[in-house]
Design a protein around this ligand. Structure first.
Ligand code: NAP
Length: 312
């Protein structure tokens, strides 16, 4: 029997917070005057925890939660959770897979098109009255260009399917070849970067992928190549990326995620071949509602039967 007390690490939408409070005895950790002290004194009462790919749960916090059994997390990223510690303690973790694939893949295609055709920059050109004095410069074609995908999981595959509609040849890199995939596997990331016109990142964040995209990969992508990142900022060496964009050794970048969000390198603000988004991959009304419902369904399933619906 699981008790109905739920610890919530950080705020989600008002709607979600209300629904959660309607069904459980919720303690909002972020509203405590001294959250860590609160956990040290009262952490023992919680078996259920709700958090998100943004707030996660630190090893330090987990130490104050000796009876924790399940974490229901909003989002698919699991990089802010100490997975080994969770495994050792037998704490199960659910995420919200699949329901966000379409929106994140749509956004990746949007970034591909915007970086190449410079939609946002051309829009600024019109708004600033510059069209009255001249035409916008030519940009680069998207259809038929070669697409490299790093991480061909749920979102990566959704991106690849969309790229087929643009007649883009697709190749991918990940740790293991997917023998059932119709797309070409490239074990060597540098070779994929050399081949690709667009390199889209759709792998997880965390230690294993930290700075996977370094100065060498960016150099391989080259002055005509475009990097699109909808995965995690930590996957890219951001200092190397800024340097490559500023000196023209990389053709462009479409970025939804950054190393220290919400900080974005100001050097990028003036570059027309760079599109900067505030981590909005899954940020539509429809998808966020489905993600909230999946967090609540996981919580309810664990409360009722001791099992999560979408465990990691
Ligand atoms: P997924 O289904 O688990 O797919 C992850 C893919 O990455 C798999 O193909 C995996 O294949 C590959 N991968 C794992 N480690 C790798 C490594 N070290 N090097 C290369 N490839 C590696 O995950 P998903 O649902 O598609 O989500 C992917 C990521 O998108 C999430 O983890 C999250 O960070 C990000 N995301 C961003 C947003 C946003 O708002 N921008 C929203 C949702 C998700 P192998 O295991 O064979 O390597």
């Amino acid at each position: 029997m699981v008790n109905s007390r739920v610890l919530q690490i950080g705020p989600l939408s008002e709607r979600f917070n209300r629904t959660l409070a309607d069904h459980y005895q919720v303690t909002a950790l972020w509203q405590q005057a001294d959250p860590l002290r609160f956990l040290e004194e009262q952490g023992g009462q919680f078996e259920l925890l709700v958090s998100s790919a943004r707030f996660g749960c630190s090893a330090e916090q987990l130490q104050c939660l000796p009876n924790l059994r399940a974490i229901c997390s909003f989002g698919v990223g699991y990089d802010p959770y100490p997975l080994e510690l969770l495994r050792d303690r037998g704490i199960v973790l659910s995420t919200t897979p699949d329901v966000l694939n379409d929106c994140v893949a749509d956004l990746a295609m949007g970034l591909i098109i915007d970086t190449a055709r410079q939609l946002a920059a051309a829009d600024r050109f019109v708004r600033q009255g510059q069209w009255l004095t001249g035409n916008y410069p030519l940009t680069r074609k998207v259809s038929g260009k070669k697409l490299g995908i790093v991480g061909l999981g749920r979102i990566g595959q959704a991106i690849a399917r969309r790229a087929e509609g643009f007649a883009m040849p697709v190749r991918y890199h990940k740790r293991c070849q997917d023998l059932s995939s119709p797309y070409g596997f490239e074990a060597d990331l540098l070779a994929l970067a050399r081949w690709a016109d667009f390199l889209v990142l759709a792998c997880p964040g965390g230690a294993a992928t930290h700075h996977l995209i370094d100065a060498d990969v960016l150099a391989a992508l080259g002055p005509q190549g475009v990097l699109v990142n909808i995965s995690r900022g930590s996957v890219v060496d951001q200092t190397a990326l800024v340097a490559a964009l500023l000196d023209g050794s990389l053709g462009g970048a479409g970025l939804d995620v950054f190393e220290s969000e919400p900080a974005v390198p100001a050097e990028l603000f003036v570059l027309p071949n760079v599109v900067l988004l505030p981590h909005v991959g899954s940020g539509t009304h429809e998808t966020r509602l489905q993600m909230e419902e999946l967090v609540l369904a996981n919580l309810q399933a664990f409360f009722d039967k001791g099992e999560l619906l979408t465990p990691l």
